[in-house]
Design a protein around this ligand. Structure first.
Ligand code: PLP
Length: 450
């Protein structure tokens, strides 16, 4: 009993310090109680009161692909920190883990994409990709190509350019003006056929994009950015012909395609890169690249684009962060990729997809469930408050459902708009998927229709 009291006091002391000092990313001002996690193993994390939770969101943020608590990764970080903790990659400097990781990524990337620029995460990856796209056109004499195309409900980070191309207006509240010369097109939200007026969604979306390109003027557009499967928008899975046709259209107008694979990269959809089959020009990665054992991102680009970045003898490629290619992060990422290969983790996503498809079968007919989307290790359950009007489930009720999952079932999931989302570690086990599915089924079955 005294040990439990000690744990409770420890947890309460941390809560108090957190409230006093931390401004959290994406902080909801009406909520002050938090889960403070102190350790993890596989797909389970323990909070400061020593209560275990199933981590349905891979570190809360689609990050921890290979699972928590890998001693092998801790050891490689310690060894690299002891050997050489940091040396800059700027200008005439380099370091071995960054070189080896770049070479490894070039092997895994789609053919002809052997150029890599490191970042500290996804938002700064988007920033880099946007600057690279503009500079590419500029160096080729196409100096008018500055516009960017994003999508409503897209999420590419919260920095100025990343936020500008994202489709979430609240991000800019009180912090405008937003970066100009950005336009947004509709997302491939096939669960809402009314968006497409009964037409085939791809047909509609390709036409909408072309109309927008012609409205702005193709000679003014640098790039379009999109996630292969939208994560923050609530697991929006496009029809299979969507990306190939968008790619073809962009190529026709000389517009680059940036695939934001911050969530989908490194196995979440069963492949190294979900965009490989539709030939993007630039791929932004983060999260799974290091499974979160250290902050890291990488921007991969077609060889010609990379060569253009460093091909002007008069002008630097004047972009990069102190921690671009951090040796400890890169050494960790190399072993993380080894683990993904050695343990056949790319084979996990289809299994996880099967387990959730089966486990969530019972919720499809619930009146509050508008759509169930399971794509690899990405699950989105879109909810309505009222099935007759289609009114989306409001924020406060979404938060209550997530609380219920966490409080009653010790299962961590997330709300993205009206969509309840699961994006677990890729090492999730069958029984854990079943536990998550049972918990979701229970919580949604008890939720009343307004
Ligand atoms: N792009 C996508 C698709 C993301 O999901 C995220 C973060 O969730 C980002 C970019 C931003 O990455 P970061 O939070 O590492 O800056």
């Amino acid at each position: 009993a005294s040990q439990a009291q000690g744990q409770a006091a420890y947890a309460a002391a941390l809560q108090a310090l957190d409230r006093k000092h931390l401004i959290h990313p994406h902080q909801n001002p009406t909520r002050t109680e938090r889960n403070i996690f102190v350790r993890g193993k596989g797909s389970v994390v323990w909070d400061a009161a020593d209560v275990p939770f199933i981590d349905g969101m891979a570190g809360g943020n689609w990050v921890v692909a290979v699972g928590h608590g890998r001693a092998e990764l801790a050891e490689v970080a310690a060894a690299q920190a002891e050997k050489l903790e940091y040396f800059s990659l700027w200008r005439e400097y380099s370091n071995e883990p960054a070189i080896r990781l770049a070479a490894r990524l070039a092997e895994l990337a789609p053919p002809g994409m052997s150029k890599v620029h490191f970042t500290s995460g996804g938002s700064d990856g988007t920033e880099a990709a946007i600057k690279i796209a503009r500079r590419y056109h500029f160096e080729r004499g196409d100096v008018g190509r500055t516009w960017l195309i994003g999508r409503h409900f897209g999420y590419h980070g919260t920095t100025f350019a990343g936020g500008a191309v994202s489709g979430m207006d609240d991000m800019h509240y009180g912090a405008g003006p937003v970066m100009p010369e950005v336009t947004k097109v509709s997302p491939p939200m096939v669960s809402h056929p009314e968006m497409f007026g009964g037409e085939d969604p791809t047909e509609f979306l390709v036409r909408e994009l072309e109309t927008e390109i012609l409205r702005i003027g193709p000679e003014k557009i640098a790039a379009m950015i999109g996630e292969p499967v939208m994560g923050g928008g609530g697991v929006i899975v496009p029809p299979s012909d969507y990306w190939p046709r968008i790619r073809a259209l962009l190529s026709r107008y000389g517009i680059l395609l940036i695939a934001d694979e911050v969530i989908t990269g490194f196995g979440r959809t069963g492949e190294w890169f979900a965009s490989a089959h539709y030939d993007p020009d630039i791929i932004v990665t983060a999260k799974g690249i290091s499974s979160g054992y250290a902050p890291l991102g990488a921007v991969l680009m077609r060889d010609e684009i990379g060569e253009t970045m460093v091909g002007n003898p008069e002008k630097f490629f004047f972009h990069g962060l102190t921690y671009s290619g951090h040796p400890v992060a890169c050494a960790l990422a190399l072993v993380n990729l080894d683990i993904i290969e050695r343990e056949h983790i790319l084979g996990q996503a289809p299994k996880i997809q099967g387990w959730f498809t089966e486990g969530l079968d019972g919720i499809r007919d619930l009146p509050i469930v508008h759509d169930v989307r399971v794509h690899g290790a990405m699950v989105g359950i879109e909810l309505v408050a009222d099935p007759n009007t289609g009114e989306p489930m409001p924020f406060d009720r979404m938060v209550a459902l997530i609380d219920d999952l966490r409080g009653k079932h010790r299962v961590l999931a997330r709300d993205y708009g009206p969509t309840l989302v699961v994006g677990p570690p890729l090492v999730l086990e069958r029984e854990q998927a079943a536990e998550i599915s049972t918990a979701i089924t229970d919580v949604l079955s008890r939720a009343i229709v307004r």
